[in-house]
Design a protein around this ligand. Structure first.
Ligand SMILES: Cc1cc2nc3c(=O)[nH]c(=O)nc-3n(C[C@H](O)[C@H](O)[C@H](O)COP(=O)(O)O)c2cc1C
Length: 184
């Protein structure tokens, strides 16, 4: 069966999820924050271990401090909300996978709710330790990033050294049946 038109609308919306780094000053309402936290809560994880804790950050001083951890995340200061993902710190590989899953669900959920989202990576070990201090996260937990959320004014990358936009063509990244083999 071909892709149905209403399903296509949803899949097109998913394809349009981009990293947002510039936000309007509008606050994100409490019920919207609650909805985002429930999206995070219901994300699947390895053996359903749910190895996470989430910190919803709306305090401007806190956002400012995180933005100062490293230059490539200085845009965090202008956002109204960020959700820090704190992992138990027990199983490195599966927790990294689970972190990616919950991050992407928040990004897609934000898009559906009319918001935009962006990943801000704390940086090296020292910068992660500094982020933990700012957020009162115990040293034995893993904390690498926040998902920044708000009403985007642009999805352009305003940084002096922007990441390249666009995607590799499917012909370069897909094989059929065996790697390197093209379809019929
Ligand atoms: C692990 C990871 C870390 C990232 N860290 C940052 C970051 O520190 N600062 C930033 O502006 N974007 C960061 N990004 C966002 C990427 O730059 C973005 O996903 C990529 O450029 C694609 O953007 P697009 O979907 O808008 O095309 C990160 C993404 C990932 C997956």
């Amino acid at each position: 069966m071909a892709v149905q038109a209403d399903a296509r609308e949803v899949t097109e919306a998913i394809k349009k999820v981009r990293q947002a780094r510039q936000y309007a000053p509008d606050v994100v309402a409490d019920d919207v924050i609650q909805e985002l936290l429930e999206i995070a809560q219901w994300t699947g994880s390895s053996r359903n271990t749910q190895p996470w804790h989430f910190i919803a950050i709306t305090d401007k001083d806190q956002l400012q401090k995180i933005s100062q951890l490293r230059t490539p995340i200085n845009w965090v200061a202008e956002a109204p909300l960020a959700i820090a993902i704190v992992l138990d710190g027990e199983k490195e590989a599966s927790e990294a996978y689970d972190e990616g899953r919950v991050t992407e669900r928040l990004m897609i959920g934000a898009h559906i709710l009319g918001l935009g989202g962006g990943i801000a990576w704390f940086g090296d070990d020292q910068q992660q330790a500094d982020a933990k201090t700012i957020l009162n996260i115990p040293a034995d937990r893993t904390a690498r990033s926040v998902v920044v959320l708000g009403y985007p004014t642009s999805t352009k990358d305003p940084r002096p050294n922007p990441a390249q936009a666009g995607r590799h063509p499917l012909s370069e990244i897909v094989s059929y049946n065996r790697m390197g083999e093209s379809g019929a």
